[in-house]
Design a protein around this ligand. Structure first.
Ligand SMILES: Cc1cc2nc3c(=O)[nH]c(=O)nc-3n(C[C@H](O)[C@H](O)[C@H](O)COP(=O)(O)OP(=O)(O)OC[C@H]3O[C@@H](n4cnc5c(N)ncnc54)[C@H](O)[C@@H]3O)c2cc1C
Ligand code: SF4
Ligand code: SF4
Length: 1012
């Protein structure tokens, strides 16, 4: 039995008082001093981990003002505040040991779009892709680009002055900021926009903080003009934060240039008015291949002269990582594998307002390349992607690149600390040569890519931060790289902001640094806003130092190696935030999307898991050993203790285990994280390990036993379905199931059993004997359908129709005898029982597979268990069960011969989320099957349906399940549903339950098209 974990770091009394005062003052957002939220918000994508005292989630601008008003009160002068958006910073910008003010949860509305004047007004928590999705129908977009566009907020972008691909044409975030609504220390709300002389005079004359900051900034801009001109580099990626070089432009004074990039050290941005641009009508991307990364870099400078919109360079390591990732299937056609190794790629983008204009630009450019192709240092081949759809697929791959750099095996993991240097592009190749020498001398491996057009390089050296010797490399390498950037007239902080690396600011700014301190002091005299970053308000307060802030690695060291390895599917989360994906039509991660609580995201769960392991380790408990011992015990051993502990829980006794449990219970086990997370964090895998141990200490709810046992009772119940179905119609029974057992809207068993349909169709059960008796012709067309409890017993018509169609298409289908698959057991953490079931089932399937006849499963989620959970348990011995479409795609020629028997038709496939994320290529298989049969199939981009096995049927999850369904599926099913097909049993079930729509399985769609 695992111990209770009660000794967590307590919230300081001052902060509890602050939260109480906030509540009393009428704060409308959420206040969270709970250890789970603090743990999850203790990290961003940086190497650091800083535990905040609490987290608050303001609901509106007034809430932000209340925070600042209180912070100004004398009793709260020691309270420090760190605003936070998507939390994707790579340098600890949003980390604090004070109070996190997370604006992303509630303040995320797009307030106004003015297409005529081309501007928008948004709240600070709006995500960049969310904004662009809303702008797209108007033909407009918010131009500054960044790799984290699907989770970074506008507030975060403004505060890091974000930019990325295309910055040479579109500039940085600051270039598109028209007005900012900023809450200043003390609570004043200031609307900043460029001011003429008269307006500036009036504003500067004010007695309040607004007046003070204008006076100070204006004074510095005049007095230090020459110094500012000298110190601020003339780069495309010019300095972010307190940007005095741009405070005066076109005879106006613009405070926004100081606020943009200020990393939350000057105020809270509540709203922003932003300039937006027309989406270029046409786009193309030329993908050039090189023998060496260095060649690609040098050539890029030359290629820039041809005037493309942007150029990005990727090295072979990044390319290799992309090839191993889910993203590759969408771009592989542009990077065909040939004999000649590709060690560098330039992605050259052209945009235009007409196809003719684009054609002539491409003609000029390709003529230039063709003339030099294959020459030393030049590209040896290229492909062209044309149109927004193709171009965005390749940019999508490039965007994942930073995250992918984290996906290497072993303990040395690529980490950000010198990852965004910028130098004048003409020096980039020489700078990189020296940069490489620094890393090579330290014996580090690394991948590289960059915005070569802007001279920005992304590098993440691989370091095991758990190893103190390796961790100590961060200091000397940063020092050397900082010196190198100075040598080449560039910047250490070229793109991702300063954060903890602000310690290099005084040396960089020299005599200008005290002026930055004056600005900070005017806004925040007591250093309460994100202290230690960018500048301090006085000489006594200090900037953070890169080796004096606690790193994740230091905390991870406390977890023994065997425990770390035993939970390898969760411990490598690097916080890049890809799991906070905003897009409702993307399967990643439904529980976060529905709740917007970060503890209910893959990152949240991974962080909590790691903290749980750390706390167990501190108590000398090895969870791997504890699980082994627990599996060997009888159910009754420890039962009295479990009862006692459960009663203590009911009395409200604190145990960190409960906080972790709450986060785990919210997971749908949909596995999207396992497929889509760039470092393959697999929540369902460690969740079941946690649940197993949690229930070694506490009693399980009854429904877990019911759900876990479902597969075993189903065959018996299916003999007399009326006996099961009839009571389900009775209100009191439904009420009892929902309230007593915790299961809502249980579906009825199929009225006609699969067994009966098989008999009618003449489909036999597969057995080693009957397989052995088959002749060669029959064997060639034979396939064994592996049953799963859900389709076989609740949706038997789908299996029957599949058999019917296979027979009609001249195949010889057989059905494997039903055996429990065990997935529900795994999901609920009955791991001992799962192992037993998996072994029995595998043995049976191995006997059938020995015949050489392929095994195929109908339901995507249950079938993929064989390569996921079974694979982890049994390795190579795991049964090879294909998805229907994977097997059928291999029968293409035969299907083509049957084409004449089908009437042509067009369908839309609503794919199952697990299929989309774990077996991405299989969606193409569906398409190729339909094409072979002369049918058209369009695959929709969709999120999770919210059912995920039994999750949606659990009473406690019913409402979240409904919210998830409403986000992506409901809009797709409303109105004219057309010929829609859904591959997952859960999805079909959910569509009937919440939308009253009956969806067919893809093969039922095909069956309906058979002539005669
Ligand atoms: C994989 C990866 C790729 C990246 N690629 C790019 C890239 O291409 N280009 C780029 O520029 N950056 C990139 N970044 C860095 C990061 O995504 C950006 O800095 C982004 O702008 C941060 O936005 P956020 O909402 O996550 O802000 P957070 O990380 O939450 O905060 C960033 C800073 O802004 C402050 N802040 C946030 N909201 C407010 C507010 N409302 N008021 C006041 N202060 C606030 C915080 O205090 C903090 O100092 C990348 C990061 C990762 C992990
Ligand atoms: S779980 Fe994966 S996607 Fe989410 S933050 Fe961690 S590493 Fe990134
Ligand atoms: S399994 Fe699904 S719900 Fe659970 S953490 Fe992963 S993506 Fe989120």
């Amino acid at each position: 039995m695992i111990p209770a974990l009660r000794e967590v770091d307590e919230v300081q009394a001052l902060y509890l008082q602050f939260l109480q005062a906030l509540g009393e003052a009428g704060f409308r957002g959420d206040l969270s001093p709970c250890y789970a939220s603090r743990t999850v918000l203790a990290t961003d994508n940086s190497i650091y981990q800083v535990l905040p005292q609490a987290v608050v989630y303001p609901r509106n601008t007034r809430d932000l003002q209340l925070i600042m008003e209180l912070a100004e009160r004398e009793e709260f002068h020691q309270v420090v505040l760190s605003p936070r958006g998507g939390g994707t910073g790579t340098n600890g910008q949003s980390l604090t040991d004070g109070l996190v003010v997370d604006v992303s949860r509630h303040m995320n509305r797009i307030l106004e779009i003015n297409p005529g004047e081309r501007w928008v007004r948004v709240q600070a928590g709006v995500v960049k892709d969310q904004l662009n999705a809303a702008l797209a129908p108007h033909g407009l977009f918010f131009a500054p680009e960044l790799s984290t566009s699907n989770r970074a907020t506008i507030g975060g972008m403004i505060n890091t002055d974000a930019s990325g691909q295309g910055s040479c044409v579109y500039g940085k975030t600051r270039d598109h900021v028209l007005e900012l609504s900023t809450v200043l220390m003390g609570g004043e709300l200031w609307q900043s926009a460029p001011l003429g002389d008269e307006q500036l005079r009036e504003t500067s004359a004010r007695e309040d903080r607004v007046g003070r900051v204008h006076r100070v900034c204006d004074q510095i801009a005049w007095d230090k003009a020459e110094l500012i001109e000298r110190k601020f580099p003339k780069l495309n990626r010019c300095l972010t934060g307190y940007d005095l070089a741009h405070i005066r432009r076109n005879d106006t004074f613009d405070l926004n240039s100081v606020l943009c990039g200020s990393e939350g050290t000057l105020g809270f941005i509540a709203e922003a008015k932003l300039n937006v641009l027309p989406i270029p009508k046409c786009a193309a991307l030329i993908n050039l291949k090189y023998d060496h990364f260095q060649d690609a870099l040098r050539d890029a400078t030359e290629l820039m002269r041809a005037g493309p919109t942007s150029i990005e360079t990727v090295d072979s390591k990044v390319l290799q990582l992309a090839m191993e990732d889910i993203v590759w299937h969408s771009v592989s056609e542009f990077f065909p594998v040939g004999d000649r190794p590709v060690r560098g790629i330039n992605l050259v983008e052209y945009t235009a307002d007409s196809e003719e204009e684009l054609d002539s630009a491409l003609e000029r450019f390709t003529a230039q390349i063709d003339a030099l192709i294959g020459q030393p240092g030049k590209s040896f081949g290229y492909s062209i992607a044309r149109g927004h759809a193709e171009v965005s697929r390749i940019w999508g791959m490039r965007k994942r690149a930073v995250g992918l750099l984290g996906n290497v095996q072993g303990e040395k993991r690529p980490i950000p600390f010198v990852e965004d240097t910028a130098v004048p592009p003409e020096h980039l190749a020489d700078f990189i040569a020296e940069f490489r020498a620094v890393l090579d001398d330290a014996g580090l491996s690394y991948g590289m890519f960059g915005h070569v057009d802007a001279g920005v390089l992304h590098v993440r050296p691989a370091i095991d931060m758990k190893d103190p010797e390796q961790a100590a490399l961060v200091r000397p390498i940063t020092d050397k790289v900082a010196a190198l950037t100075q040598k080449y007239h560039g910047l250490l902080w070229g793109e991702h902001g300063k954060g903890v690396r602000s310690e290099y600011a005084p040396a960089f700014f020299g005599e200008l640094y005290p002026e930055l301190q004056k600005i900070k002091a005017a806004f925040d005299p007591r250093n309460q806003l994100n202290p230690g970053k960018i500048a301090t308000p006085s000489r006594i307060s200090a900037l953070l130092k890169i080796d004096e802030v606690v790193t994740r690695g230091e905390l991870d060291r406390a977890i023994p190696v065997q425990v770390w390895d035993g939970y390898s599917e969760g411990v490598h989360c690097n916080g890049n935030g890809a799991c906070f994906n905003w897009n409702p039509d993307d399967p990643m991660c439904p529980s976060y999307k529905a709740t917007r609580e970060r503890i209910h995201s893959p990152k949240g769960r991974a962080m909590l898991m790691k903290e749980w392991l750390r706390q167990l380790s501190a108590k000398g408990v090895d969870p791997v050993g504890a699980a082994r011992r627990f599996r060997e015990q009888s159910f009754f051993v420890g039962l009295p203790g479990r009862i006692k502990n459960t009663l203590a829980r009911a009395r409200g006794e604190y145990d960190f285990n409960h906080e972790v449990n709450e986060a785990m219970q919210g997971c749908l086990a949909c596995k999207s994280c396992a497929g889509q997370c760039p470092v393959k964090v697999d929540v369902p895998e460690f969740r079941s390990k946690f649940l197993e141990l949690y229930y070694s200490r506490y009693l399980r709810p009854l429904k877990d036993y019911f759900v876990g046992g479902l597969e075993f009772v189903m065959p018996q119940l299916a003999r007399m379905p009326q006996l099961y179905n009839w009571p389900l119609k009775l209100k009191p029974v439904r009420w009892l199931l929902e309230r007593g057992l915790g299961l809502a809207d249980s579906p009825p068993l199929a009225r006609k059993s699969l067994h009966k349909s098989m008999h009618e169709l003449g489909v036999p059960y597969a057995s080693p004997d009957c397989l052995a008796a088959m002749g060669p012709a029959q064997r060639e067309r034979a396939v064994i359908l592996v049953q799963d409890a859900f389709t076989s017993y609740f949706d038997a018509e789908v299996v029957a129709d599949t058999l019917r169609l296979l027979k009609q298409l001249d195949f010889f289908p057989l059905v494997a005898p039903f055996r429990a698959n065990g997935k529900p057991l795994h999901v609920h953490g009955f791991l001992r029982q799962f192992q037993r079931v998996a072994l029995v089932n595998s043995e049976m399937l191995a006997e059938l597979a020995a015949s050489g006849v392929p095994l195929v499963g109908v339901d995507p989620s249950m079938t993929l268990t064989y390569r996921g959970e079974y694979g982890k348990l049994l390795g190579e011995r795991a049964p090879k069960v294909q998805l229907l479409q994977e097997w059928l795609a291999g029968q293409r020629e035969h299907l083509e011969r049957q084409r004449h028997r089908l009437r042509p038709a067009s369908f839309h496939l609503l794919p199952h989320c697990t299929e989309q994320t774990i077996a991405t290529a299989s969606l193409r298989d569906w398409q190729s099957v339909f094409t072979a049969l002369g049918l058209e199939l369009h695959t929709e981009n969709l999120g999770c349906c919210g059912m995920a096995g039994t999750y949606g049927h659990e009473t406690g999850h019913k409402e979240t399940s409904r919210v998830i369904f409403q986000q992506s599926w409901a809009p797709r099913l409303s109105g004219d549903t057309g010929p829609l097909l859904a591959s997952g049993y859960s999805c079909r079930c959910q569509a009937t339950r919440f939308a009253g729509v009956t969806l067919r399985h893809p093969l039922q769609g095909v069956l309906a098209q058979l002539r005669g």
